[in-house]
Write a protein that binds this ligand. Sequence first.
Ligand SMILES: [Zn+2]
Length: 307
Amino acid sequence: MKQLLFIAILFASINSLSAQDKPVEFTTFQLSDTVYMLKGRGGNVGISTGEDGLYIIDDQLRPITSQLLQAIRKVSNKPIRFVINTHYHADHVGGNEALGETGTVVIAHDNIRKRMTTEQVSIFRQETTPPYPKGALPILTFNDRMSLHLNGETATAYYVANGHTDGDSIIHFPVSNVIHMGDMFFNGLYPYVDLDAGGSMQGLIEAADLALSMADETTRIIPGHGPLGMTEDLKNYRDYLVEASTNVQELIDKAMNLEQIIAAKPTSQWDEELGKTWITPAQFVTFIYNSLEGINYYTPVKKAETE
Ligand SMILES: [Zn+2]
């Protein structure tokens, strides 16, 4: 069954980057003397600028790179020395190649480079992504954690295994009191757990716990998607992920299957607020169910069951 699905998906392969080069509206938020958040199209970007230069966290979608660079230049005109990729998805690594050509060093977890050098098949997104060209690949990779000692603070990227994917890092700026969560945190909408790329709900909860252990009540939390958050928002996120997982586990314990559990609406208390923007309640429940059952790929939900 799984093999058949894979074949179907290969034929349905689409280019997710088309029609993305329309003008983008960028918004910049200054979070400390040196750290900014930039919203555009794709994952939220973190910027550190100061006496030692400029570096960024994630670089959005490939077709909008020149627009992104213009927006960054409004914060600082200095060359971009480094980009840290939080994970391998196209809306977080799209600027790598163009930045690399200008001398920016791309840094990422080992598994990001592994995924970017091989064809990726996503059952959830129904697409196949070919390997990236050499120029887009991270050239400096790390295993567990990595620190940059620039602009008056030691910013550290912490790898958290098997959360949104199998290659996600969160980046802590201790002096600025900012944490960039990448797609380990979706603020105001249900998170996407990329089961097809090693993601799991348990890993998302671990990432939130790690960030909360480093945060105080005034910490600014940059989510991968959604508006800038505070510690309170991350805590609420962590709590509903745990509670939703408990609700689904209780139904698994009653020997219900995925279809029955989706129909029982175990996340109904959050669905109105969080399940309308992108990830549907049925998809969210599937992420939890498959994570709890150790099913390491997405299982499509029939149309009739999604609403
Ligand atoms: Zn992502």
